[in-house]
Design a protein around this ligand. Structure first.
Ligand code: CP
Ligand code: NVA
Length: 306
């Protein structure tokens, strides 16, 4: 994957379909125990939002690859005191080999990437969560062995997860349906970008009808109804989002071999029913594990380990 050395991953739209498939194939090898060393390379983690999976999986991935992580928590760096991102980016670029950033505004990543030569990885913004979708696609490929002919339905808020799933599925030729309340549908420019990527290889459907969207689908996917930074509207969203809960009723409408995915953390009893989360069709824990393998593969590609 020489083509990816030194690149940024701000969005899945930064990858071509063969590049994404290359990362996923390497992720499968990583899971099987193949790890190309990136010794002496250092990844910075600059997170202004909470994280369990992303923080720990990136840290373990770098350790297992032979590199290191440095935590750039804004509370202990000058970032928290308002040092301009342009200045921080130029300085950190002189020390680090790559940086993973979790923040609110996608534009902050674009600014950082403009001022830093090293790879900048989107570890979640309000707009996108590409690293999660690498693991999601790996999990889908593990289960179904191929992407073609599959349909993924995302139920709930048209948020960062919906956006990255649209792009990732379009790249891999998976049909995507987004079932979301009228005022919470994904951004139209992201939908258009996904349609452009999909061409005539896969179909993209945006609807308010959760039941119709569940019919015959192979992957049921959901995420919290209020994302980080939207906590104030969490209570008022509940009645609007109730028809979109992934529960036994929706699952019964899906393909009989359908699997259930959730990026986590989950609010059981809101976007997903407890019995579905713990049920036979759930692949949620494999999906969480795959964060490690997929990001290890991504790091190996961006840092030029293989
Ligand atoms: N799915 C995900 O990104 O989890 P964290 O917020 O715990 O990193
Ligand atoms: N949409 C969620 C995803 C968390 C991994 C959020 O942004 O909070």
């Amino acid at each position: 994957m020489e083509a990816l050395v030194g690149k940024d991953l701000l969005s899945l739209a930064d990858l071509s379909a063969p590049e994404l498939q290359g990362v996923l194939s390497l992720a499968t090898q990583m899971k099987a125990g193949t790890a190309s060393p990136v010794s002496k390379k250092v990844l910075g983690l600059l997170f202004t939002k909470a994280s369990t999976r992303t923080r720990v999986s990136f840290s373990v991935a770098m350790y297992q690859l032979g590199g290191q992580v440095i935590d750039l928590n804004p509370n202990v760096t000058q970032v928290g005191r308002g040092e301009p991102l342009e200045d921080t980016a130029r300085v950190l670029d002189r020390y680090l080999d790559a940086i993973a950033i979790r923040t609110y505004d996608q534009q902050d990543l674009v600014t950082f990437a403009h001022y830093a030569q090293m790879p900048v990885i989107n570890a979640l913004t309000d707009l996108a969560h590409p690293c999660q979708v690498l693991a999601d696609l790996q999990t889908i490929q593990e289960n179904f062995k191929q992407f073609s002919g599959l349909t993924l339905t995302y139920f709930g808020d048209g948020n960062n997860m919906a956006h990255s799933l649209l792009l990732g599925c379009a790249l891999m030729g998976v049909n995507v349906r987004i079932a979301a309340p009228q005022d919470y549908q994904p951004l139209s420019n992201v939908v258009q970008k996904a349609q452009q990527i999909a061409g005539d290889r896969s179909e993209i459907t945006i609807t308010t009808d959760a039941k119709a969207a569940a019919e015959g689908t192979h992957i049921l996917y959901t995420d919290v109804w209020a994302s980080m930074g939207q906590e104030d509207s969490a209570e008022s969203r509940i009645p609007l989002f109730e028809p979109y809960q992934v529960n036994a009723e929706l699952l019964a409408l899906a393909n009989q071999d359908a699997i259930v995915l959730h990026c986590l953390p989950a609010h059981r009893g809101e976007e997903i029913a407890h019995d579905v989360m713990e049920g036979q069709q759930s692949r949620i824990w494999d999906q969480a594990e795959n964060r490690l393998h997929a990001q290890k593969a991504l790091l190996a590609c961006l840092l030029g380990a293989n």
